[in-house]
Design a binder for this molecule. Structure first.
Ligand SMILES: Nc1ncnc2c1ncn2[C@@H]1O[C@H](COP(=O)(O)OP(=O)(O)OP(=O)(O)O)[C@@H](O)[C@H]1O
Ligand SMILES: [Mg+2]
Length: 244
């Protein structure tokens, strides 16, 4: 469904991605984990068309998308929930959600989809008219995912959904992700830790310093213990030291 080959991305003289190849197949949940500064967000931004690659190719559903405008990539069904959520604090929950539908013209279906996301995230129905800045971090994360769902993704990429959230709230977010996947949505999830990987991943890539250093499939993953040891064995320091 998504195929990235030999991708390189730089910010001026800083090389952030040094030749990455990965793939996501239809209906998979693929995790990409790695410590601070590994290049995870840069990779998602580049796939989304927000950053230009220096070399390599990106194909989505067999179409070359690298170099296309972000709106076009989004219209194809490849949608990003960005790092830091990018909620508009001065707007209401309702208004933030309506921003997810600006590229659509199927009014009737939008109403039905809106009802569905409010059922998936009941707290957003309760806070529907509230100003988004007053939402908790967990509520804002749910709002960011809900807004992305309204863009009708076939593949949703989520940049660190558990960042700064309490374990119970992370459970809620992951419950929603599991339900979305069960309904047929393909997911590419970025995290800094391996905590949520074992029970949901079809495949996991570990990224460090602009490169993929480990690739495990569901079969090789087991209960995730070996992965956690491999990851925290030498990269753990950086991950643990991160202050949210
Ligand atoms: N806009 C930018 N300009 C210059 N350098 C950047 C920019 N954004 C990121 N970088 C650099 O690119 C590298 C990769 O950053 P990136 O944000 O992709 O990492 P990350 O894996 O998402 O990290 P984190 O877990 O902290 O979010 C880092 O060295 C970072 O300093
Ligand atoms: Mg990042």
């Amino acid at each position: 469904m998504l195929k990235v080959e030999e991708l390189k991305v730089s910010y001026g003289r800083v090389s952030a991605i040094k030749g990455i190849s990965l793939e996501v197949q239809e209906n998979e949940v693929v995790f990409l984990i790695g410590p601070n500064g590994a290049g995870k967000s840069t990779l998602l931004k580049t796939i989304s068309g927000l950053q230009r690659p220096e070399a390599g190719s990106i194909a989505f559903e067999n179409a070359a998308i690298s170099g296309q405008a972000p709106e076009e990539i989004c219209r194809r069904g490849l949608v990003l929930v960005p790092e830091g959520r990018h909620i508009f604090g001065t707007l209401s929950v309702a208004e933030n959600l309506s921003l997810g539908t600006t590229i659509r013209d199927d009014r009737q279906q939008i109403r039905a989809d809106l009802d569905e996301v409010l059922t998936l995230f009941p707290i957003l129905r309760e806070r529907y008219s509230s100003t988004a800045v007053y939402l908790s971090g967990g509520e804002q994360q749910q709002l960011a995912i809900a807004r992305a769902i309204l863009q009708k993704p076939r593949l949703m990429m989520i940049d660190e959904p558990s960042l700064g959230l309490a374990p119970l709230v992370i459970d809620q977010v992951y419950d929603a992700l599991r339900k979305l996947n069960a309904k047929g949505m393909t997911l590419l999830v970025i995290e800094q830790s391996t905590a949520r990987v074992a029970d949901l991943a079809s495949r996991v890539y570990v990224m460090r310093n602009g490169r993929i250093v480990l690739h495990e499939t569901k079969a090789s993953l087991g209960d995730g213990t070996a992965l956690t040891e491999a990851y925290f064995g030498d990269a753990g320091h950086a991950a643990e030291q991160r202050v949210h």
